[in-house]
Design a protein around this ligand. Structure first.
Ligand code: VGL
Ligand code: ZN
Length: 209
């Protein structure tokens, strides 16, 4: 069975000092590098997603002239307004400097359309447009995904739910994920939602045992 490790949005802006810093995000990079080594040794593919917004993206509070982390509607969908983050070609959009990017086979960018947000690595939030990720995995015969990254309650959750809907078998590495936790339990709830939808939850130690 062919597998891929899918690293979600391990980017500077979600890490310490970044524009949308996720608590303890940097500690996921060690988990990612351990998994990359483990998966490469087994012959698994390694892919990554990258949040990649134009400077005028509609999810930015500045663009909407409102407060970061407040809520509204974008293209008819509930939307949290974010600080400017992961602007295309900015340092904040780069993958974490300590991440072993040499062993990443392909990177899939998302969030380029200024009119809609894209948490999932597969589709925008309205499921109107698809990225290249599903086609790439299909072409490579991959049916099983190991997923980790940032943030548990947004991009990891929606990537995993879409992967399950598309028919992938999904394992989430819990200690490789961290939540934004706008509400204190959001990350925990996201793990429960992913599990209820059919994902297997494991720690790095369980997975590499
Ligand atoms: C993300 C909020 C906005 C994420 C991306 O990667 O989880 N969260 N854009
Ligand atoms: Zn974003």
């Amino acid at each position: 069975m062919k597998r891929a490790l899918l690293l979600v949005d391990l980017q500077n802006d979600f890490c310490a000092g970044g524009a949308l810093a996720v608590p303890e995000a940097d500690s996921t990079v060690d988990v990612a590098n351990a998994l990359i080594g483990f998966c490469k040794a087994r012959g698994d593919a390694v892919v990554a997603t990258q949040d990649w917004h134009p400077v005028n993206h509609g999810s930015f509070a500045r663009v909407q002239r409102t407060e970061p982390y407040s809520q509204g509607k974008l293209d008819g969908l509930r939307q949290t307004w974010w600080p400017d983050h992961c602007v295309q070609n900015s340092e904040g959009a780069e993958l974490h400097p300590l991440l072993n990017t040499r062993d990443i086979d392909a990177v899939f960018q998302k969030g380029e359309n200024p009119l809609i947000d894209s948490y999932s690595g597969f589709f925008d939030n309205g499921h109107r447009q698809k990225t290249q990720l599903d086609d790439w995995l299909f072409r490579n015969g991959i049916k099983q995904l190991i997923v980790m990254g940032l943030a548990t309650d947004y991009c990891v959750k929606f990537t995993v739910l879409d992967a399950l809907t598309l028919g992938y078998e999904v394992t989430v590495i819990t200690d490789g994920c961290r939540g934004v936790n706008l509400q204190p339990q959001d990350g925990l709830k996201a793990f429960q939602t992913m599990s209820a939808a059919g994902a297997t939850l494991m720690t790095l130690a369980d997975f590499t045992y």
